[in-house]
Design a protein around this ligand. Sequence first.
Ligand SMILES: Cc1cc2nc3c(=O)[nH]c(=O)nc-3n(C[C@H](O)[C@H](O)[C@H](O)COP(=O)(O)O)c2cc1C
Length: 153
Amino acid sequence: MPILVLYTTSQGSTAGIANRIAARIELRLPPCEVRNIADFNADYLPNYTAVVLGSPIHGAQWLDKAVKFYCDNKDVLILKPVYAFSVGAPNALPEWLRGKWGAFEEGKIEMSLQKALHGKVTRHTLLSGKLLPKKEPLVVRLCCGILGGEGVG
Ligand SMILES: Cc1cc2nc3c(=O)[nH]c(=O)nc-3n(C[C@H](O)[C@H](O)[C@H](O)COP(=O)(O)O)c2cc1C
């Protein structure tokens, strides 16, 4: 049975990372499929050996559609190995804050995942995505700017 890499994305970084993860898995442990949650029929979830689940971080949490997906499908997910990755931009914050904020976000999101999936998430990792100042909402630009941060991508 294949491994499934499932993601949601707002501006494309998480999709790109999901595709790279899937390409690596395909080389070492084929077969591997990669899908956007929006196009995935959860009835097929039992057909996969393991699931890698990813979401961008907005407001220190996963996008609603990713949270809804793992909550709605927890009974199937807890029966197989689940790996998770979050895509955020803590590196856009000033140096004095980025390590602390990244650790806070990583822990907070992992706690939500483990709570919903009864501690069955094998591993959760925080990865860096894009934060392109011209494309971000004013409130995000202001927060990073006021604190002395920068765009990353
Ligand atoms: C409205 C908004 C809120 C965000 N909030 C956070 C946040 O709380 N923590 C963080 O690390 N990154 C935050 N980001 C940055 C995104 O997580 C980052 O740009 C990520 O690469 C987006 O992934 P995507 O390109 O797949 O949508 C925010 C971005 C937006 C647009």
